[in-house]
Structures are given as C-alpha cells and as structure tokens.
Design a protein. Structure first.
Length: 265
C-alpha cells in the first residue's frame, strides 16, 4: 500500500484541527478579554531506509541518508496572552488590566478561577461579582447608600467612594489585587472567560497592580479580544488550501494504485 495515503490523511486531520481552532477564534472576536489560540504541529516518526554516514565502500561514506516521513500531528494549542485593545465603556465597575495579570474569583465550591474580564457587577450584599455571579477575591464591598457612579478605582487597585450626604466623606472600600503566573499559556481554559491553575502554569503570584511587574488597572474600560480577523482569515485560507493539497496527494496515490491494478489485469 502506498504510504502517501496515510501520510496525507494525517495532514488532512491536522488542517481540520487548525480550522476548528481558527473558527473558535473568529467566533470570539467580540468576547471581552478573549485570548486567541494557536495550534502547534510536529512531524511524525521517520522511516529510515539508509542512515547518513553509511559505508558503501572501503573508506567511503554517504554524506546523507534516506528517510521518509510519515506525516504530521498536532502537539498542542496554546493561548497568546497579548493585550487586547481597551474599550471605554463609562461604567464605573468596568476595569481593564493593562499589562500582565488576572483577577482572581472564587467559585461557590471555594475553588479559585482567574479572568481578565473586568466587567463586574454588585450582588445583593454589595460585593463585586462577575457576570456569572462569582465573587471577586479581595473582599471589596460597597456599603448601602453608595451609588455606582461615586465609586473610584485607582490604577493601583485602591477602591474608594464618596458617601452621599452633607459630609461627602471618602470611604475606603478595599484593595483590588491581581495575580500572575510564570507560564500563563499553561492555564486551563474553563469557558465563561475563566482559567484554572495547572501544573504547567505554576502557582499564582499575588500582588498589587503596578508593583513588581504587575499590570495596572483602568477604570471605565474593558479589554477587547486580541483576535485579528484579517490574520485569522488568512490562516483559514491557508489551512483550506493545505487540506485540498493533501486530498490531491491521496487522489494521486489512488490513481497509482488503480494503474497498478490495471497492469495486473
């Protein structure tokens, strides 16, 4: 059997995965703080028919060998944590991270998750929560009587508010902290703009925004997706053409088999 049939089949499967990942990137082009994924490929094991340096005569060695590859395989998909474009919203509880870092949120189970989506809301207890209701770690709480438009979030994460009334006293509501990881690409994507720590990402390092390499915070803004539509479309076209070329290689192998069969008849 011609090996090209199986080799080209691995190429078609690889391009299918690339198209799947590209489609997910394009689907999330307007998702807040979404990070695009890329697929990494590696060639498969080689069939060595003659090693390089084989002695063909006394004192004579071949300068090159003879190896035939068996195809390609996807090795990994990784997130590219490049900053997206900041979009001004005017909402006092919208916070974007400029630079490295993640917000930590606590699930009802007590587990920690991480996000760069800073579109926060207030729950019935005045706590800052995500759109899904997960509480922002750090204990920031807005007391009764303080309206959202009176809340101020500094670049260092300090949360203050002006209390209504005759005094107009400034209240300290808490400190937003962010975390970062040695290898953010090793985080596990959980959906809903959340990531989970993994053995590859390493443990979280907590810090104050703007200190020791942590990103700073920008109130009244959200980070957009870092997907570039033109780049994704070019990749989509390239993957489609590669898929077609691999299918033609299979067709060529099939025609060779057909010719061989006709010779036997």
């Amino acid at each position: 059997m011609i090996r090209a049939l199986y080799t080209s089949a691995t190429g078609m499967k690889a391009q299918e995965m690339l198209i799947d990942v590209t489609a997910n990137n394009l689907a999330n082009v307007n998702t807040t703080a979404f990070k695009r994924s890329q697929v990494n490929f590696a060639d498969l094991i080689y069939s060595t028919q003659k090693p390089a340096g084989t002695e063909i005569a006394a004192g004579v060695q071949t300068p090159t060998g003879m190896q035939v590859g068996t195809g390609v395989r996807p090795v990994s998909t990784n997130k590219l944590f490049l900053n997206g474009t900041l979009q001004q919203t005017g909402n006092a509880l919208d916070v974007a991270i400029e630079g490295e870092g993640f917000f930590r949120v606590d699930l009802p189970s007590g587990e920690a998750r991480y996000t760069r989506d800073g579109s926060f809301r207030m729950d019935s207890a005045g706590q800052l929560v995500t759109a899904d209701g997960y509480i922002l770690a750090g204990g920031v709480r807005v007391p009764p009587g303080v309206t959202i438009d009176k809340i101020n979030i500094g670049t260092d994460g300090t949360v203050t508010a002006v209390q209504g009334g005759a005094t107009n006293a400034t209240l300290n509501l808490g400190q937003m902290q962010i975390v970062r990881f040695v290898n953010p690409s090793g985080l596990s994507s959980e959906g809903s703009n959340l990531y989970a720590e993994s053995a590859a990402s390493g443990p979280e390092t907590q810090g104050v925004p703007g200190v020791d390499g942590m990103g700073t915070l920008r109130q009244h803004a959200l980070e957009g997706s870092n997907v570039e539509v033109v780049t994704e479309l070019i990749g989509l076209i390239s993957a489609q053409r590669a898929y077609e070329i691999n299918s033609r290689a299979i067709r060529a192998g099939d025609e060779m088999l057909s010719t061989t069969t006709e010779m036997i008849r």
